[in-house]
Design a binder for this molecule. Structure first.
Ligand code: IMP
Length: 178
């Protein structure tokens, strides 16, 4: 497994990710049996997780994307969130599942939930691959959580640092010193 210089260590390897993604897909498939999901995924970080999750879902699902931006430095979100790309479909009356890469302060997800809730979905739940509970500033409910991780900046499996490292097949901790 190729580990770039800037990655201090592998936090979650490929096999562990694959196993947990299958478990999450099974749980979601059970809970939504007989229903059709509308999956809303924020670009870009969730794309790899979403692709793997979808492959294992046993309920029909449509997907749509939003793009959210937060002001501030690359590793320190400032809390002010805005939507730079909206959904192309209506969520009214739909069973909506937000599929997120990582919940950090909770500001991004909190904002998205607020926006979606105003559009009257039949139901609204959240599936997040990673969660840094120690960093939470805004309370958000995560119904399906892949892994709780420590307060470290992680990259890989879709997650970036300045648009790099998304392609890594594992989740690694970014080296901050040096
Ligand atoms: P929040 O609004 O603070 O919860 O931040 C959520 C967003 O910040 C995520 O969707 C990611 O795009 C980004 N983010 C937070 N922590 C990390 C990390 O450790 N690695 C890469 N991106 C992160």
């Amino acid at each position: 497994m190729r580990v770039p210089e800037k990655v201090a260590e592998v936090l979650i390897d490929e096999e562990t990710l694959a196993r947990r993604v299958r478990e999450l897909a099974a749980e979601i498939s059970r809970d939504y049996a007989g229903k059709c999901l509308l999956i809303v995924a924020p670009l870009k970080g969730a794309f790899m997780f979403l692709a793997d999750l979808l492959r294992h879902l046993e309920v029909p699902a449509e997907i749509d994307f939003v793009r959210l931006a937060s002001y501030g430095a690359a590793t320190e979100p400032s809390g002010a969130v805005r939507m730079t790309k909206d959904l192309e479909c209506s969520v009214e009356g739909r069973e909506v599942l937000v599929v997120e890469d990582i919940v950090d302060t909770g500001e991004t997800l909190g904002y998205l939930i607020e926006v979606l809730q105003r559009r009257s979905p039949a139901s609204l739940r959240v599936c997040a691959l990673l969660d840094k509970p120690e960093r939470r500033q805004r309370e958000v409910e995560v119904h399906y959580r892949g892994f709780a991780i420590p307060d470290r900046f992680v990259v890989g499996y879709g997650l970036d640092f300045a648009e790099k490292y998304r392609q890594l097949p594992y989740v690694g901790i970014l080296r901050t010193e040096g």
